[in-house]
Design a protein around this ligand. Structure first.
Ligand SMILES: Nc1ncnc2c1ncn2[C@@H]1O[C@H](COP(=O)(O)OP(=O)(O)O)[C@@H](O)[C@H]1O
Ligand SMILES: O=c1ccn([C@@H]2O[C@H](COP(=O)(O)O)[C@@H](O)[C@H]2O)c(=O)[nH]1
Length: 224
């Protein structure tokens, strides 16, 4: 086995809102916690809308590729690939814009990149070693979104249903679902699919070994 130049492993995890991306990302994080590892969420890279009125912010289509600052995300992933720290933006769902605060992210050997449209941009796809699509039926995703957004994102039921029918569902079928063709692995059942999680972590360990990335002990860095 030839030893390659040390370089972080990037795994991209996509799928519709509520499909289980974050759950899969956390399970991989836990199984590889002996490596230096972090999770980057595409949601952190929603456009900075500070200069827009609240009414305008609320009417944005948050499921369209134009809602994201892909340039910043790609630039920051490239820095992490060069083992350089970044100042990661923070998205504030209650204000529908980027917060003033940033979070310093030190470089890591494993980068788990998770989000609804990470496979939509070829430049971003080219930075990934493994691409995964979490595949979950629309009705299940909607139910999960209602539960999450009422509890965690301060949204009303009316608002969630209106947004789902107006943008979330049509954008999923127009932009998110078609990126399935770029995935190396399609995972049904998300975080409950232990076979898929084991396959992914085994492959990632093998790439990490090939690149000379060593296991470390006591990695307490939990990012989300
Ligand atoms: N396989 C599963 N079975 C049941 N609930 C799940 C499953 N996967 C995820 N969930 C739950 O569904 C919700 C959305 O999952 P999450 O991983 O946050 O999705 P996403 O990041 O794709 O929006 C969470 O409350 C999570 O606990
Ligand atoms: O201000 C906002 C920003 C985003 N959203 C919704 O978030 C999801 C993506 O996040 P997941 O964690 O993958 O669910 C996307 O469908 C946007 O509609 C929002 O509602 N408000």
């Amino acid at each position: 086995m030839s030893i390659q130049k040390k370089r972080p492993v990037v795994i991209g995890i996509t799928g519709g809102s509520g499909s289980g991306k974050t759950t899969v990302a956390r399970k991989i994080f836990d199984q590889l916690s002996n490596f230096s590892i972090t999770i980057i969420q595409q949601d952190s890279y929603y456009n900075d809308q500070t200069n827009m009125s609240m009414a305008d912010r609320k009417s944005v289509n948050y499921d369209h590729p134009m809602a994201f600052d892909f340039n910043l995300l790609i630039d920051q992933i490239k820095h992490l690939l060069n083992y350089e720290a970044i100042e990661k933006p923070v998205y504030d769902y209650s204000q529908f814009t980027r917060s003033k605060q940033t979070i310093r992210q030190e470089p890591r050997d494993v980068i788990i990149l998770e989000g609804i449209l990470i496979l939509d941009d070829e430049r971003l796809r080219d930075l990934m070693d493994i691409k995964v699509f979490v595949d979950t039926d629309d009705d299940i995703r909607l139910i999960r979104r209602i539960e999450r957004d009422t509890k965690d994102r301060g949204r009303s039921l009316d608002n969630i249903i209106h947004q789902y029918l107006k943008t979330v569902k049509p954008m999923y079928h127009q932009f998110v679902e078609p990126t399935k063709r770029y995935a190396d692995l399609i995972v049904p059942e998300g975080g409950e699919n232990q076979v898929a999680i084991d396959l992914l972590t085994t492959k990632m360990r093998s790439i990490l070994m090939q690149r000379g990335n060593k296991e470390i002990k006591n990695n307490f860095d939990s990012t989300i």
